[in-house]
Write a protein that binds this ligand. Structure first.
Ligand SMILES: [Zn+2]
Length: 495
């Protein structure tokens, strides 16, 4: 028997302190329609590729509708959200006999109007396809799981890894669950436990031994017999919304009771390790640069995670740049910043000339101020790169018009878009080879552990101000439900 399965992706990770996300931000990373989707995402490390891998071996007519992904940023504005959701629902309604839907969401999408944008999207999809059609969803490990998400989706499968290298595998897990339902081989029952816990994002890593890896391995040991799939959701910490917190989602065959019991065992293990999960070691930027310059060989990667562009921050902090200029390094230091107005000024002046201007803090003035710099304009290009790291391997990233500025031994890449810096291809896009640098500054919590894993001689996490700081206890949340760890550290929680 043949089936008709629609596939889609609508992904954005919101940081509620960051400037609004618009349709341009989706276009700048990717926004594809219909048959274009397989061509551009079918062979890269994406959930969509995992959907195709499974579905193409089955007797299925695949209907690709939309695939879009914005770099993390502020709440999605209403017009953009309405456009994307309407495009999806209108095209779903045109399918004569739809049997199932596979959709890649982030799970932490907030809009101007909806604190749980992913649920709102699923609710509108349900209005069109009805309650009987199975919908299998993938989500990012940093998704914020809510009751309505679990009610609206038939199955939810999250990434297990961080940095996220299992995008395709997660897509394949979701597609296998959907095919199992369509072929009546399984009857998935999904339950979740919400944990009143938020921990620093730099600790959600499974690349190295540590507490997250321990709780992940413990959870995955439960996938056997009737437990079909399970996911931990460590959540994006920078969502000032009521339901913020970790979650465990378990899908069992035929049995809600078994799913719920397993979720409780896993959640209890995580709760017991909450203190260890929260421990981070951050260095002041000046101290870290000096330490890195003293190492025999480089590159040493320093992470300005509080300005992390994959965590919604605008990438416009000059804090580390200021520290580097004060040190006047004798070896090469690569630094990035996003400042479209500075790039325009550099374009007007021209390559080879000197630019003296303020830079940075276009959006982040609650956390840091612009910095006056003077340097030589090496080049101005419309830069882009293709990911070489496993996470997002093969996808393209647009940096926009980009100026390369030299301030003695500091090579400053100034982009117009808040591009992700996790991959050495970012610096290569403007002709810089990270192997020639002693210090490379990136703006990410975990992604650099993938991008620089065979390159970096060491990593330091920096204690800097910004919208995606790991010092979550001191960020100005107003709306989150209490009590919650770490704010109410002595709280008792019974599942
Ligand atoms: Zn994530």
């Amino acid at each position: 028997m043949s089936f008709t399965v629609a596939i889609a992706e609508v992904k954005q990770e919101t940081n509620t302190s960051a400037p609004p996300t618009t349709l341009k931000d989706f276009e700048d990373f990717h926004l594809f329609y219909g048959d274009q989707i397989k061509t551009v995402l079918g062979d890269v490390n994406s959930e969509i590729a995992g959907f195709y891998e499974v579905l193409s071996k089955e007797d299925v007519e695949i209907v690709p509708i939309i695939a879009t992904f914005a770099v993390s940023g502020g709440p999605v504005n209403t017009n953009s959200f309405e456009y994307l959701v309407s495009y999806l629902t209108e095209n779903l309604s045109k399918i004569e006999r739809l049997d199932g839907l596979l959709i890649a969401l982030h799970g932490a999408l907030v809009t101007d109007h909806f604190h749980d944008g992913d649920s709102e999207l699923l609710r509108r999809v349900r209005e069109v396809v009805g309650t009987d059609i199975p919908i299998s969803v993938t989500m990012d490990l940093h998704g914020n799981i809510t009751k309505s998400k679990v009610e609206l989706a038939t199955t939810i499968s999250g990434f297990h890894t961080c940095p996220h290298v299992d995008l395709k595998e997660t897509g394949a897990r979701a597609a296998k669950l959907l095919m199992g339902v369509l072929k009546k081989e399984i009857n998935p029952r999904m339950e979740f436990v919400k944990i009143p816990l938020v921990v620093p994002a730099s600790n959600h890593i499974d690349f190295e031994p540590g507490t997250y890896k321990e709780v992940l391995d413990f959870a995955l040991s439960k996938v056997a017999n009737q437990i079909l799939d399970l996911s931990l959701f460590t959540v994006q910490p920078w969502l000032d919304i009521e339901e913020l917190g970790w979650a465990v989602v378990v899908i069992a065959n035929n049995s809600r009771e078994e799913a719920a019991a397993t979720a409780k065992i896993i959640a209890s293990n995580i709760w017991q390790k909450r203190e260890l999960l929260s421990f981070t070691e951050l260095l002041d930027p000046g101290e870290a640069i000096a330490l890195a310059l003293n190492q025999e060989s480089g590159p040493i990667v320093l992470s300005d995670l509080a300005d992390g562009t994959m965590a919604g921050s605008p990438g416009d902090s000059p804090v580390v740049l200021r520290a580097a200029i004060e040190i006047a390094p004798k070896k090469k230091v690569f630094i990035s910043i996003c400042d479209p107005e500075f790039v325009k000024k550099a374009e007007a002046i021209g390559s080879g000339e000197t630019i003296a201007s303020e830079i940075g803090a276009t959006w982040g003035r609650n956390f840091y101020q612009p910095l006056k710099i003077s340097g030589q304009i090496i080049s101005i290009t419309n830069a882009e790169f293709t990911f070489t790291q496993k996470s997002y391997l093969g996808m393209k990233m647009q940096m926009g018009m980009t100026a390369l500025i030299k301030i003695s031994n500091i090579y400053l890449v100034v982009t117009s878009n808040p591009a992700t810096t996790t991959d050495p291809a970012y610096y290569a896009a403007v002709g810089l080879d990270v192997l020639e640098a002693q210090v490379v500054v990136v703006k990410t919590h975990a992604g650099f552990r993938d991008g620089y894993r065979n390159i970096a001689k060491g990593f330091y996490l920096l204690n800097t101000p910004g919208m995606s700081s790991d010092d979550i206890k001191n960020l100005p949340y107003k709306n989150i439900e209490r009590p919650k760890y770490p704010w109410d550290a002595k709280m008792n929680w019974k599942i």
